[in-house]
Design a protein around this ligand. Structure first.
Ligand code: BTN
Length: 326
């Protein structure tokens, strides 16, 4: 069923597509296609079949700015929210808009569908309309703040999302350094922070992608273990989830901009799935370093105890081959 990802992209604008044309485009016969759809729909109806056509079902309630803003007066006073049905990448759009943003309010862009969602390390980010949350928030910082080391901001954003999800009843979501959102060993969401220092102000865009309700058959073909909020037993009210995240993010980003990252270090270690664990870190030069996670530093760097010596890493990929420390 490698073609399942392609089936979702062909249906992703919500319009019905004829089974015959899909079967030709995907290179599978009609029966195989319909059996695949049956499998996708095993636990939840993601794709409906009517009049010889397939179409994507709306899985969750539509995202609605009024419903998001209704959750708090602070949201109304601090944020301007735009919602689009479709775009390339909300991060890319807000990065392009930063030089023209002339409001003290934070700009939020939410997309139901991203055609070119960006992940970390140049990867792409997969989401499905109605089954995901994909949005970005732009901050424009004053010149005084530009001296601040903003690299730990992505860790702060990860913590804010974890807190928001915990407030909504989730108990098993952790972080994998620097800011992968995990449900046990599966990725449930990710954060991409981009900065633009070229303009007279510093523009920062925090992009957040969350899997809300994805078909198991789609999760199975991704290149890493993936989970969704539905399987973590959470409320699937996307408007509420976005509202909570915006509020937490605003509170924690303000505190970070005022006081730096040091006050978040303990909190981060407590939320880090691999704190105090033996891990392998794949460094950007491809070196594989094995050590015990000793915590994060003031710049958000990962501190590893490597054979009794503390070493710090600003980037790299924590690998899952973990042995619990005793
Ligand atoms: C990761 O690779 O873990 C980061 C994924 C970040 C995805 C989000 S979805 C909203 C925003 N727009 C993008 O293009 N990327 C981020």
């Amino acid at each position: 069923m490698e073609w399942i990802g392609s089936l979702f992209s062909r249906l992703s604008d919500g319009y019905p597509v004829s089974i015959d044309s899909l079967s030709i485009a995907l290179g599978v016969d009609r029966n195989t296609l319909l059996m695949g759809v049956e499998k996708v729909n095993a636990d939840h109806t993601f794709i409906s079949c009517a009049e010889n056509c397939l179409s994507l079902c709306r899985i969750a309630d539509p995202i609605d700015d009024e419903k998001i803003l209704a959750h708090s007066v602070d949201l109304k006073s601090d944020f301007v929210i735009d919602i689009v049905d479709e775009t390339g990448s909300t991060n890319q759009d807000l990065m392009a808009r930063i030089p023209t943003i002339n409001t003290s309010k934070k700009r939020v862009l939410i997309a139901e569908k991203q055609n070119a969602g960006r992940g970390t390390k140049g990867r792409s980010w997969m989401s499905i309309p109605g089954g995901s949350i994909t949005f970005s928030i732009a901050y424009t910082l004053s010149r005084e703040t530009t001296s601040l080391n903003i690299s730990p901001l992505s860790l702060v954003a990860g913590l804010a999302v974890i807190h928001a999800l915990m407030d909504l009843g989730s108990r098993n979501i952790t972080l994998k350094w620097p800011n992968d959102l995990m449900c046990q060993d599966s990725k449930i969401g990710g954060i991409l922070v981009e900065a633009n220092r070229k303009s007279d102000r510093v523009g920062i865009v925090i992009g957040i992608g969350l899997n809300v309700c994805l078909p198991q058959s789609l999760m199975d073909i991704l290149d890493q273990p993936v989970a969704d909020l539905q399987s973590s037993g959470m409320s699937l009210d996307r408007n509420l989830i976005i509202a909570k995240i915006l509020l937490k993010l605003d509170e924690m980003v303000s505190s970070f901009l005022a006081d730096g990252f040091s006050r978040f270090r303990g909190e981060y270690d407590a939320a880090h799935r691999f704190h105090d664990c033996l891990i392998h870190l794949r460094a950007p030069d491809n070196e594989l370093i094995s050590g015990k996670v000793a915590g994060v530093g003031n710049s958000g760097e990962l501190i590893l105890d490597v054979a009794g010596t503390k070493r710090s890493f600003l980037s790299g990929e924590v690998q899952m081959q973990r042995v619990e420390s005793s």
